[in-house]
Design a protein around this ligand. Structure first.
Ligand code: GTP
Ligand code: MG
Length: 224
């Protein structure tokens, strides 16, 4: 389904040279390795991660779907701002699409763990000499956790948030689909997130374009 791009005139331009799909990575060998900063985007399946990427860059580079579980691989996008250096947006597979529980968590965890394990958080990519000593490896600049603004504090999200906040990289909680919230629910969003995650969310709507300039600003801060 095409990303909502209709209202581009009502928010500030996020000026790009290019935004391109790089690869669907099934394992560490396919993750970026050129040392450009990476912003990882995680969250429950169907929360709107891929739609958010498309809205952010105003181009349909990420495949979206009304059916949960569309993004099962680690999809990597290379973004080059018009006025700065390139970085990667890394669209992680959504968790929870099989109805939650241990099995679904496990499936999400396998690929996601291998991604985080191979970034600049710990080990190098391979043990068998697949990397030259001193070679650049992935540089995780920040993690964005997307949650559905209508359901703040779901256990799997809280668990993911806790884990991401234990990493030594900036963390941002993004609440998606705020266009679906009534005014009263919108007012409850911030305190609910602070209670569940310990941080306030950045409220966004890919459909209405709200919050996207702020998200872009944060991403540029992390990647330049
Ligand atoms: P997986 O790939 O399964 O992990 O899902 P995803 O998180 O990438 O979700 P995706 O971007 O495919 O969007 C899921 C559904 O939510 C689609 O039907 C989108 O059109 C819808 N959606 C995404 N963002 C918004 C938004 O800001 N507002 C509204 N109303 N709908 C949205
Ligand atoms: Mg997706």
């Amino acid at each position: 389904m095409a990303g909502p791009r209709a209202r581009r005139s009502c928010f500030m331009p996020r000026s790009l040279s290019s935004a391109t799909f790089v690869t669907s990575a099934a394992g560490p060998a396919d993750f970026p390795g050129d040392g450009l900063p990476e912003v990882a985007l995680a969250g429950r399946s169907n929360v709107g991660k891929s739609t958010l990427i498309n809205a952010l860059v105003r181009e349909d580079i990420a495949r979206t779907s009304a059916t949960p579980g569309k993004t099962r691989l680690v999809n990597v996008y290379r973004i080059t701002p018009a006025d700065g250096s390139a970085f990667y947006l890394v669209d992680l597979p959504g968790y929870g699409f099989a109805g939650g529980g241990d099995k679904a968590r496990h499936e999400f965890a396998r690929l996601t763990d291998s991604y985080f394990a191979s970034r600049a958080l710990g080990d190098t990519r391979g043990m068998a000499g697949t990397r030259r000593a001193g070679a650049a490896k992935g540089r995780l600049a920040a993690v964005v956790l997307a949650i559905d603004a209508r359901h703040p504090g779901m256990p799997a999200d809280v668990e993911a948030g806790r884990w991401f906040q234990s990493l030594e990289v900036p963390f941002l909680l993004v609440a998606t689909k705020v266009d679906k919230l009534a005014q009263s629910a919108r007012a409850r969003l911030k305190p609910a997130c602070e209670l569940a995650f310990g941080v306030a969310p950045l409220a966004v709507s890919a459909l209405a374009g709200s919050g996207l300039d702020e998200l872009w600003r944060r991403i540029r801060e992390w990647t330049t």
